[in-house]
Design a protein around this ligand. Structure first.
Ligand code: FES
Ligand SMILES: [Fe+2]
Length: 348
């Protein structure tokens, strides 16, 4: 089940080059391409002639040309050329999806086109709209997107799944973090689940990247924005220097960044995970370390979520049980249920 009347990230802008890109989004095969004039476009990935995927074709100036018999479509999905005919048939169209480029990403609207308002794209306040100051990471997850929503609405798992005591761990957490302060709440349709730790032993990775001493204050704040976006300011700073407001320079007593997590369902059992990272004050070397950190940490998350998906597949009726730290997850799931109902009522 997917919510359709929302903007999702379909690709990073850098992925659209000389060739079309095939990508499944909300279970729909889509052909993404950039026209010669530089506009990002998205068409249903099925030629209207004999159903060849258009993504196997070629870009010819403003048109996407099917590789099978050379029928060409413009970015509105209208047929622009049929070999052997002067007049392309007006009824021979493919569906086109509204797209907008922002923050170095191509955003796509899979729902009713008339509702596609670019003002509804996730506001990544800390990023320049052209995306020039942003670090981007793409991950593919073989699990339903709701497991990623859960994962990021419940950051207690940092203390355990990412615990330094685990073999080959990313070491961004330790067990003492279980005793941090969790604040959960909701403002309108935004759900927050914010963890803050005061004067804890600095987890090894933060210590190394931030050149932080033995004790630190940490924060992992999480705001969920439906249907599958999270804004996460994350960091550690030398204990007693102000936490998230610590004036210590990045890499010299502090290491912090904000992740805009853009989760795009691919199928019911797989998900595209696009991360846009804002990190004012970092050197290029720190940005590289940040990318490595994200990949190492997320490999642990992905390992867990794919195993959860396998458990779901084995027994879809099994019941999950809540624990005290699940407040964010419970609110998120309740909100999603309501939004599904509302979208179903609107589309009949
Ligand atoms: S299937 Fe595309 S031109 Fe024939
Ligand atoms: Fe995690």
């Amino acid at each position: 089940m997917f919510l359709r009347n929302y903007w999702y990230v379909a690709a990073f802008s850098s992925e659209l080059g000389a060739e079309p890109l095939a990508r499944t989004i909300l279970d729909q095969p889509v052909a993404l391409f950039r026209t010669r004039s530089g506009v990002a476009a998205a068409l249903e990935d099925r030629c209207a002639h004999r159903w060849m995927p258009l993504s196997k074709g070629t870009i010819d100036n403003e048109l996407l040309v099917c590789c099978y018999h050379g029928v060409a479509f413009d970015r509105s999905g209208a047929c622009a050329r049929v070999p052997g005919s002067d007049q392309p048939p007006s009824t021979m169209t493919v569906r086109s999806y509204p797209t907008v480029e922002r923050y170095g990403a191509v955003w796509i609207w899979m729902g009713e086109p008339k509702l596609a308002d670019p003002a509804a794209i996730l506001d990544c306040k800390l990023l320049d709209p052209a995306g020039s100051d942003c670090t981007r990471v793409y991950l593919h997850v073989k699990a339903n997107y709701m497991f990623i929503n859960d994962n990021l609405c419940d950051l207690l798992h940092v203390a355990f799944l990412h615990n330094a005591a685990r073999k080959n761990s990313s070491s961004i957490g330790n067990t003492l973090m279980e005793n941090g302060k969790l604040e959960v709440g909701q403002r309108g349709d935004r759900i927050f689940a914010d963890w803050v730790w005061t004067d804890v032993p600095t987890p090894p990775t933060w210590r190394r990247l931030g050149n932080i001493g033995e004790r630190a204050d940490g924060w992992i704040l999480s705001t969920f924005i439906a249907p599958s976006f999270l804004v996460n300011p994350i960091g550690f700073a030398e204990a007693g220097t102000g936490g998230i407001k610590s004036p210590r320079p990045e890499g010299r007593g502090k290491f912090s960044f904000t992740l805009y997590q853009c989760i795009t369902p691919e199928t019911e059992r797989s998900t595209h995970f696009f991360k846009l990272m804002a990190h004012p004050g970092w050197t290029p070397e720190m940005a590289q370390q940040g990318i490595e950190l994200i990949k190492t940490v997320n490999a642990e998350d992905i390992w867990a979520m794919e195993l959860q998906q396998q458990a779901l597949d084995r027994d879809p009726e099994a019941v999950m049980h809540a624990i005290p730290s699940d407040g964010g997850v419970i609110r998120m799931r309740r909100l999603m249920k309501r939004l599904f109902k509302e979208e179903a009522a609107r589309t009949g």
